[in-house]
Design a protein around this ligand. Structure first.
Ligand SMILES: [Mg+2]
Ligand SMILES: [Zn+2]
Length: 427
């Protein structure tokens, strides 16, 4: 298989790093971003590589050579004047295979390219665009697809503020068929996003979106570069949102002892769905001392939790794990009758036992994870575990006054919390 890497940009937004380095050679983690791309291609059996460069292109040739040091066959094409993103393809027309990948030289991706190519071929597609949800669609390229066939009906180049609901955007990696070259004229600057894809959509060409949750992110600004570096340093560990249960995803109703007392807080299913879409794990961590207080059994708590997971499932929202603490530390309490539960423990928040357990079982990076709660114990636990903490104004609204704990973020409810964070991280 073949891939064309577009490495011609000036990297203006990454200055000063790019004054004497082309953007693809800026390091992310311990290697240039281009090397990360080459290693992924090699791993997936994509060994025929053409790198199109321009600005400081000689550096790229010096770094890659003929590719033999990576176990790849690399050829180079350097544009004489800037040709945009699509223009350089015309120069290498004779070297292109029937179907090939195009990958921008400033993105970090961790995805299955063979699956993408199989999809592209099964659709007999001229252009298959990797698409993913974005919270900043107004300055991205927005893709409007037919929900059934995934055919791209419209392609909006940086549509501006009026875009509100449509949030699938193009992710700077494509599988293309050579026939697309009829849209590119020789020697003129031409862009995929600005010129080619909108025109192909208008012509009703077979152009499809490929939706994926896999990690694919551009590293073309300082913020995004830092975000990608974090991902690499985390050893590909998972990011989680730890959610307290009562008062965060279902209404606070005192000590819940049966599932009929569960009432979902509006927006919480939508919030969890958004987290699912962005690849976060969603894990409930809840204190359930009613077991220690002899108000119900562990089996009851498990039944209630199972019911809750099911309720969310019905709304299309997936909860990945549920941890609860059945204990209570006050041994001289009047209803303290079972030493198995009436004891200090590490799982009861503000302890971090449940978060530590999930960290191990789900391979979670706590530092890049979030803890949402309505009580100070939730915030204290999240802070101690190194998570970003969020207090919500539902349930106890953080007013229980039990612990000194300062949250990192405040939000009205879970959905606002999710929206705030996703926007802040420009994911
Ligand atoms: Mg609560
Ligand atoms: Zn416990």
């Amino acid at each position: 298989m073949q891939a064309v890497i577009l490495a011609g940009g000036k990297g203006v937004r990454l200055r000063p790093l790019t004054y004497d380095l082309p953007k693809p050679l800026v390091k992310v983690g311990d290697k240039p971003i281009l090397e990360h791309i080459l290693l992924l291609l090699k791993k997936q059996g994509v060994t025929n590589i053409i790198i199109c460069s321009g600005y400081l292109g000689q550096h790229i040739i010096d770094f890659c050579g003929d590719g033999s040091k990576f176990g790849l066959k690399i050829t180079h094409s350097i544009e004489k004047s800037p040709l945009g993103t699509a223009g350089p393809l015309k120069d290498i027309e004779d070297s292109l295979e029937e179907d090939f990948f195009v990958i921008y030289g400033d993105i970090y991706l961790d995805m299955d390219l063979n699956k993408l190519m199989a999809y592209h071929k099964s659709k007999k597609s001229k252009a298959t665009l990797v698409v993913h949800p974005s919270d900043h669609p107004h300055d991205s390229d927005v893709v409007v697809m037919d929900q059934g066939t995934q055919k791209i009906k419209d392609f909006l180049h940086k549509p501006g503020k009026e875009i509100k609901f449509q949030n699938l955007t193009s992710a700077a990696a494509y599988a293309l068929n050579k026939s697309i070259l009829s849209y590119i004229s020789s020697g003129e600057p031409t862009d995929f996003g600005k010129d080619i894809f909108p025109k192909m959509a208008a012509d009703e060409e077979p152009m499809f979106g490929y939706i994926t949750d896999e990690f694919i992110k551009d590293a073309g600004t300082h913020d995004r570069l830092a975000y990608v570096s974090d991902y690499i340093h985390s050893d590909n560990k998972n990011q989680a949102w730890f959610l307290d249960r009562d008062g965060v995803i279902n209404e606070e109703a005192g000590l819940i002892t049966e599932s009929s007392q569960l009432k979902l807080i509006p927006g919480s299913a939508e919030a969890i769905k958004k987290l699912n879409d962005r690849g976060f794990l969603v894990v409930i961590v809840t204190n359930q001392p009613q077991v220690a207080r002899n108000l119900c059994t562990e089996e009851d708590v498990e039944k209630i939790n199972a019911r809750l997971v099911k309720e969310f499932e019905k709304e299309g929202a997936r909860i990945d794990g549920v941890y609860y603490c059945p204990h209570h530390p006050e041994t001289n309490h009047p209803d303290a009758n079972d030493p198995k539960y009436r004891r200090p423990c590490e799982c009861r928040k503000p302890g971090i036992g449940m978060l530590k357990q999930a960290e191990k079982e789900f391979k979670i990076d706590l530092k890049r994870s979030y803890m949402v709660g309505d009580r100070t114990a939730d915030i204290k636990a999240g802070n101690s575990a190194g998570c970003t903490t969020i207090i919500v104004r539902t349930g106890f609204a953080g007013k229980d006054g039990k612990y000194e704990a300062v949250p990192d973020i405040e939000a009205e409810d879970l959905i606002e919390a999710v929206d705030k964070v996703l926007k802040r991280n420009k994911i």
